[in-house]
Ligand binder design. Structure first.
Ligand code: NG6
Ligand code: CA
Length: 502
């Protein structure tokens, strides 16, 4: 063989290797988690919503897999998000709802879901609500925040730092406050009052929405918040624009990464309070602001799917649409959600709400959409978001680092509708603990008074001095405590729960 043809063979072999590598890279599905805030099981059209339409979410469900028994790991935000990104139960780290100046609660030395995906060749981004803490304590909002999404494996971040009802009311892009004028530095305080933006309890005449005493700190955009704030006027967000800003940033991220596999954690502010819909959505439901922001949330979902479609990516993108905790009608602001709810059942008819151990606290609207791989339909598999970590690792064929994701299990087949099996045991966290085993629901006794701040939200967190056991097949509303009739089940589930909590 002459040298020329040897070279030609080598070159064509290299070419083959490179093209097959590129091809393999292209084949990896993009992954988008659309994480809605406080959206209940019944708050979407396909699950029976009344008085508001969610055509974009319904379309995802129609062309995807709609789950009836999939759960967030907790009935509040920070703990659920902690579990989603770490594959670890929130109680292990005492993860609880955080204030807006809290330090980062995820250990940056341990692998996280985005860090695992980075290793698998993904570009990773988070857009929207964070609420996992930032920095190491005593944040200086006028400099780049030292610890946050970047240290956890996100290549890009655009954040609402905590919640819409907590200061600071500014966006952070790659951990730097967007649009800050250095001559007007930001100061934030929880507890000690600081002069700056007027306070709700002193200036009710400045408010466009009244609230309970917990949310009467700094007034920004006519809404009083939890916490106090000074400065940063040019950087303040306008609540009514948040859905547009976040959708645009998410779309930009998709557009910028259309030629490589990407993971987008799109964490909407809706439908958390303060529920102030953009004028485009005002009166788009019969339920007042809470219904209007459901319509607004649906629009955001449409923006993302349309963007994926336009970039010709929809077919090979795994979209997981779900929520962080159950619905709440009265979370503090006076927006008449309780009065206007009508026949609509935010929790899909299940008992409980946000903050509650009953089913509506964690049973989430959950849709998996991936036209290339997932057959449309419904699934009753009992699943937990804590398992997304290892299930996604399996999907992208990436080994999980030792010590990471200790509570996460691979249920990829179930998430993709290729198996009907779910978890044998599923932990539910709220202000007490619940355990599911098939049709059985066990609730750990808690002999304590309900804290005032929960009681005044008209929520029953499920505290009882005796064990509660429900047969969800016969009693999906958890009204008939049958613990006395099934001592063996009580014993088995109690033991299992203690084993998990150890
Ligand atoms: C609570 C707030 C509530 C809401 C919640 C966080 C009070 C009485 N209630 O502490 O208004 O902000 O935290 O919601 O302050 S979550 O969806 O982020 O968990
Ligand atoms: Ca929430």
């Amino acid at each position: 063989m002459c040298y020329k043809s040897i070279y030609a063979n080598i070159i064509s072999a290299i070419f083959l290797v490179i093209t097959s590598l590129v091809f393999a890279q292209q084949q990896k599905p993009n992954i988008v988690i659309i994480y809605v805030d406080d959206l209940g099981f019944g708050d979407i059209g396909v699950n029976g919503a009344i008085g508001v339409e969610t055509p974009h979410v319904d379309k995802l469900a129609k062309n995807g897999l709609n789950f009836t028994d999939a759960h967030s790991s907790s009935a509040t935000c920070t703990p659920s998000r902690y579990s989603l990104l770490t594959g670890s139960y929130a109680f292990r780290n005492n993860a609880a709802i955080l204030e807006g100046d809290a330090p980062l609660i995820i250990d940056p030395n341990k692998e996280t879901l985005p860090a695992m995906l980075q290793k698998a060749g993904y570009k990773t981004g988070v857009v929207g609500k964070w609420h996992l803490g930032l920095g190491k304590g005593k944040i200086d909002w006028n400099k780049k925040v030292p610890l946050g999404p970047e240290e956890l494996g996100f290549d890009y971040s655009f954040l609402i730092p905590a919640t819409g009802d907590r200061v600071p009311c500014v966006y952070l892009e790659n951990q730097i406050v967007v649009g800050l004028n250095p001559e007007d530095p930001i100061f934030v305080s929880y507890g000690t009052r600081i002069d700056g933006y007027p306070w709700g309890f002193q200036h009710p005449e400045l408010l466009k929405m009244h609230t309970d005493p917990y949310h009467q700190g700094a007034i920004i955009n006519g809404i009083s918040r939890i916490g106090y704030m000074k400065g940063g006027e040019d950087a303040l967000w306008v609540d009514e624009d948040i859905p547009f800003v976040l959708s645009e940033k998410a779309s930009d991220f998709i557009q910028g990464n259309k030629d490589n596999p990407f993971f987008l954690y799109f964490s909407l502010h809706d439908i958390h309070q303060p529920r102030v819909a953009n004028i485009k959505f005002v009166e788009s439901s019969t339920m007042g602001p809470r219904g209007d922001v459901i319509a607004q949330m649906d629009w955001c979902v449409g923006q993302i799917t349309e963007q994926l479609q336009a970039a010709n990516l929809l077919d090979n993108t795994l979209i997981i649409f779900t929520s962080d905790n159950g619905p709440i009608l009265d979370d503090g602001y006076l927006d008449y959600a309780r009065e206007l709810v009508g026949e609509h059942k935010p929790g899909g008819g299940y008992r409980g709400a946000k903050y509650s151990i009953y089913e509506a606290g964690t049973r989430m609207p959950t849709i998996v959409h991936w036209p290339k791989e997932v057959e449309p339909g419904t699934s009753d598999a009992l699943l937990s978001q804590v398992d997304l970590y290892r299930s996604i690792a399996k999907l992208v064929n990436q080994k999980v680092e030792k010590g990471a994701a200790p509570d996460s299990k691979d249920y990829l087949k179930s998430w993709l509708g290729k198996s009907k099996n779910g978890r044998e045991f599923l932990l539910e966290e709220a202000y007490t603990f619940g355990l599911r085993m098939g049709k059985w629901k066990y609730i750990k006794p808690k002999n304590e008074d309900v804290p005032r701040w929960i009681a005044q939200k008209f929520v029953d967190p499920g505290f009882r001095k005796e064990v509660q056991l429900f047969n969800l097949d016969e009693d999906p509303l958890e009204t008939n405590n049958v613990y006395k009739a099934f001592p063996e089940i009580v014993k088995q589930m109690g033991k299992q729960l203690e084993k998990i909590l150890k």
